[in-house]
Write a protein that binds this ligand. Sequence first.
Ligand code: ARG
Length: 447
Amino acid sequence: MSNAQKTSHKMWGGRFESAPDDIMVEINASIDVDKRLYGQDIQGSLAHVKMLGACDIIEKSDVEAISKGLLQVKDEIEADDFVFKAELEDIHMNIEARLTEIIGDVAGKLHTARSRNDQVATDFRLWMKQSIVALIEEVSSFEAILKTKIQEHEMTIMPGFTHLQIAQPVTLALHFGAWSSMIGRDKMRLRDCLERMDECPLGAAALAGTSFPIDRDMTASELGFARPVANTMDAVASRDFVLEFLSTCSICAIHLSRFAEELIIWSTVQFNYVRLSDSFTTGSSIMPQKKNPDAAELVRGSSGKIVGHLTQMLIIMKGLPLTYNKDMQDDKEITFQAYDMLSLCLRAMTGMVGSMDVHVEQMRADTENGFSTATDLADWLVRTLKMPFRRAHHVTGQIVKMAENNRCQLDALSLADMQSVEAGIDETIYDCLTVDGAVRSRLFKDV
Ligand code: ARG
């Protein structure tokens, strides 16, 4: 460390006699992570300084000098012409220090009626609002791909599964429709989350508000927030907006993971329901025949990490007294990572689903092989012979056993065979024994 850096901290060191230890600098610094918030930080400062001027708290000429200087800092960062310094801790102080270099002491007026506590909460909410909008767009692209597949496979028969055992014939449209419904709710959750967090912490200062005659409504609307956060202590202490965002991301990630798991299973030689495109698979360095669903596996794995980030944040917040505590500084690293992962997973799933081939014949063949119309047979007995369902279930079980012994499908049994189990059965039963008849008899309109 240089001697200059060894003097007490220039932003807050008035009462300190010695500089922070190198270890202190290292544990305290968040700049590597929060430099990502430079745009929001400058945006927040521009709104704050404008308000300070409008409320006659600082001179108009100071507002101009500070605003111009802030825009220059922004240009420098964007031109990669800015040195971020760990000893200046975070993005807020890095920007303010550079502003001071550019415009001199007047830069110090920017922090009037503000603390880093309300500043960071504002920056982070601004970032999160944009990020939620970006995620909603990515979810929408995924939904659009699913919609195309749903339309394409309106008539594609496949086995529906429970316990991963063939259950009843369904259409691929119904199956994809289920994913689409879940993803649609993820989008709703993102919107809810956005709406609830759309409040501006600025003006809360350290925790107790400020004695300056500030206009919190002005900064809130200048920054595009619906309103200021009402309680100043809540404004700097709460991170439930982060927890809600991470929960929402986690639920969405779990949906993607389950979907990815199906693609992994479906793309095996044993299932052979889909062929993932070369662009979303990898080869093996030793087994030339292999085509591995790595992207799907990584989506599945990432969901674990995203949930882990939610857990990290929940546990960080668990014992914190009001209001701000430095533990909260890690909220950004955790959230940025979860966001980046979810965004990548959404794009990977969109790419994978959009580019895969569906093997409709294999899906149909499995449906025809697995006695998947047994429930429809039982329903026929109930409907036509007015049999109680429990008895119909039992009778059907006996017929399935007979087909199993004869090594044939249900619709290949003769009428006489079936009548030996239940005399009332007539030839109309065959309508529901074929997979098409079975699917037709049920309603799949709402996919
Ligand atoms: N870098 C800090 C964070 O991200 C900014 C707030 C610091 N506040 C403080 N009172 N030390 O949380």
